[in-house]
Design a protein around this ligand. Sequence first.
Ligand SMILES: NC(=O)c1ccc[n+]([C@@H]2O[C@H](COP(=O)([O-])OP(=O)(O)OC[C@H]3O[C@@H](n4cnc5c(N)ncnc54)[C@H](OP(=O)(O)O)[C@@H]3O)[C@@H](O)[C@H]2O)c1
Length: 443
Amino acid sequence: MVKRRTINIGFIGLGIVGQGVWKHIQRNRAELEQRLGARLVLYRAAVRDPAKKRPVRIPPSRICVDPLAVATDPKVDIVCELMGGTTLAKKATLAALKCGKIVVSANKALLCQSGEMLFRAARKGRGHFYFEASVAGGIPIIKVIREGLVANRFDLIYGILNGTCNYILTRMDQESLTFEETILEARRLGYVEADESLDLDGWDTAHKAVILGHLAHGNWIKLRHVPVEGIRRITLEDIRWARDLGYKIKLLGIVSRDSQSGKIFVRVHPTLIPKDNILAHVDDVYNGISVTGDIAGTTVHIGRGAGQDATASAVISDITDAVSALLGKPSTLPAEEEIGGEIFPAPEAELADLSEISGHYYIRLNVVDKPGVLAEVSAVMARKEVSIASVIQPKVSLGKRATLILTTHTSNEKIIQETCRNLKKLKNVLTAPFLLRIADFKD
Ligand SMILES: NC(=O)c1ccc[n+]([C@@H]2O[C@H](COP(=O)([O-])OP(=O)(O)OC[C@H]3O[C@@H](n4cnc5c(N)ncnc54)[C@H](OP(=O)(O)O)[C@@H]3O)[C@@H](O)[C@H]2O)c1
């Protein structure tokens, strides 16, 4: 009988994801080890509180509070960074890569902030850095883009990348609950990150969009160049009016590339998408990503974006790639350096300016209810050459106030933002205009 090599795995963090990974490795151990030709051992783990009760059993001597001790332990073959954060996690990841180890990570915030540095460290130390779990949990989107669709140039990738926001928007739509009511429920169910801004203000989506941008175009777009808007200002009325206009509102991360100029644009905002778009039917905590390649056309990928099981599935997929690399088995997975790295450096991407992004827009205005206000609004828009496609004034009594919903024909981001600033200056416009993008994506 051939003796199987033992692969020692070190966990930095044994929380929701870490415990899920080990639970599922235990459950499917026989098949996994048979397929891999190796024995998997939970060799060591670093946690914050070693006294905490956990279903995963690990001898006390193998548990510590020092992530760096796990990262640099010569006996550890694969380091799983499942702690989160960008300070200690970065230190530990860099230390492991410096030692030439393979690091598996679910840490999208760290990857978005320091991806370039991590990949450089992986190349220098001759290690590897795998990150399937960082985007859309149970959907193997990293492999889809890196492997399955590698022959393509990607003009458009967009998706629902944050399950919490999608849950909130779905509940508002289906149960007619307000944002405030839904957020209470989401908190109760533990769907919202401790730092709520990550979910609700779009930052988590932005981290994932930046990672998708890197995969598709080989460039790390700086977060400061990504316009990011979250879902806090969306009202139940916006959802209803969008519905009346034939749309659903979804928070999207969008990576687009102009096929003429090659310029790239990464952005995050709530978007009206047509009801017949597949992603309009991706509800609750599910994620959905549409990828358009110049050869394959459009493929759409839907699944659980987060949670213990979905994320563990992605981490275990990376662990199996890591084992293959350790055993010297051929892998179809391109090494990190092949995506915009030293072997095939991607040309520096030119970023598109706001004026180069065009589309249709939805503007909600809170105005004084008196004759002539619509004419004032129209005049401001006409001066900016923004053509109005439709006007709705809901027949709801708001005293001396009224709501106006305008949609526009094609305009561009720069002009529409200037128009909103000018509208805000009108005496009869009572609050800052609320702007949503309408995307007529076919699928
Ligand atoms: N949860 C999800 O659905 C999901 C989905 C995709 C990606 N992710 C990513 O996966 C990573 C882990 O998420 P999670 O939900 O599993 O987090 P979690 O449940 O909070 O677990 C974090 C783990 O890290 C340990 N830890 C924290 N600070 C530490 C320190 N200073 N030193 C040593 N250990 C420390 C904690 O120890 P104690 O157990 O002792 O507290 C815990 O075991 C994050 O990067 C997250 O963004 C999570």
